[in-house]
Write a protein that binds this ligand. Sequence first.
Ligand code: AHR
Length: 617
Amino acid sequence: SILTVDGSQGRRIPDTFFGVFFEEINHAGAGGLWAELVRNRGFEAGGTNVPSNIQPWSIIGDESSILVSTDPTSCFERNKIALRMEILCYGPKSCPPGGVGISNPGYWGMNIEKGQKYRVVFYVRAFGPIDLQVSLVGSDNGAKLASNNVRAFGLYVSTWKRMETILEAKDTSHNASLQITTSLRGVVWLDQVSAMPLDTYKGHGFRKDLFQMVASLKPKFFRFPGGCYVQGNYLRNAFRWKDTVGPWEERPGHFGDVWDYWTDDGFGYFEGLQLAEDLGALPVWVFNSGISLNDEVNTTAIAPFVQEALDGIEFARGPPTSKWGSLRALMGHIAPFDLRFVAIGNEDCGKPNYQGNYLKFHAAIKRAYPDIQIISNCDGSDKPIDQPADFYDFHVYTTSKDMFSKSTKFDNASRSGPKAFVSEYAVWQKDAGDGSLLAAVAEAAFLIGLERNSDLVHMVSYAPLFVNANNRKWTPDAIVFDSHQHYGTPSYWVQRIFTESSGATFLNSTLQTSSNSIIASAIEYTNSVNKKSYIRIKVVNFGSDTENFRFSISGLKSNVKQSGSTKMVLTSSHVMDENSFSQPNKIVPQLTSIENASKDMNVVLQPYSVTSFDLLK
Ligand code: AHR
């Protein structure tokens, strides 16, 4: 196979080309990127019912020493449920050692690290004095990793009070719990119990290691918060942004019924916008179009949803003097967020009310914010869509063979309508397992095809981004984690090979091959660190044989530099190999320098491999 590259001509790939799609699925946010350690911090997971579902909290002590119930007496209007503890024992003689109380294991164990500090906040009310021991406890032998006493006397706690204490861990456990215990007889109510590490990205609440994994993808956009999560199985459980902003204590939380778990909504709309900004990515806000997976709002009654979307845009980018912009400013972000893209719904095209609802949203948004780019759910890759739109959304989950063949998907798509946003793609099921090499190689071929069609395809993101290994609602995913560790699947590492594409120059090239498993492309980009210019040739071998490959670059003023060029190869000995916590780097790009680099080279491609040559100009 020969790739002939014209190094003198090309076109700019859009700056927005390569991004990420973050959905609250697989505990990506709650129990993932959002560093809150306590799960169900308001005892609200059962909704407004009494008794509420307090899982995963457990009770320390038996019924002879403590009675625990829930009641709707919280000081927070939008989450009225509080926990009531009636302590029947008194002192070390009648209480069990360490006292009685409650314990929260977080999301399959809290990661507590020696020397790190944790801010514990909770709200309390009591008849009489309180003497609470707030502790982080290791799983292995129940040893206390950190513990402080929180005491208050007299009438001080007869109305709800906010308490705060900083715990410094003297040991490490990846499977710890937060305990609040006492040996003082009386009645104590608790609500909104939070434990946050002090060390989060910029203090913004993002778990640093997971933040870094996303940041390393150099995403230029950040689509959030779903996905089907935005839709809900039923509208009553859909993501509604107004319930996810303002002080965390006052957020009601909600049951995300599609992915079947409760979220306290600590990672809400504001945090999504903040995360996008911290990543240097443009937020792409997906909001509910009045349609869930099983019910819909008629277009005649869609006005409140339209207003909610307009308010959401005002929250993101309105001046601090505006109604919703002032709430954003109160939350600490006075300057507007750079919201330029919104998607009206997710995968709703074809639903009875989508067209009607869409037109209402579109008209209202364009009237108020003419510059906002609007993404339709209707796929325009085969035939033009009959809606005004700046982008159409394209999702694909398929076999590896089909993904490979979809590298030509956009070759003949119309160039006259909206641009394409491939916001979700992945090889899945048998070919992918929990993230195979096979899947990743096919996806690399698809990405090369998108890059070639980047006059039309302006944005692309893999899905899903994250999975907590303790709760795989969807597999495969790009980044796998638990309380303290993480790794990238081969699909993640393929994305790393494409991070330079945004804003690069796509060079004209021709591939001559008799093989039906080779696909290749060439771009020119400037390295952001050393500011040097490189030609990057990417080539995929989606076959089981080794292949000879030659590239030949014409149109350069001089040859590429002999030294300073590198090669990255992503492959493995078995096509279904995966990374894992025990072997996180089994399949990662292997970087070597190229001796005697030239604009004309013969190379050998490994079976099922992605190879990227960076040739220094
Ligand atoms: O990425 C997982 C799901 O796949 C998304 O929530 C949805 O948009 C698609 O069906």
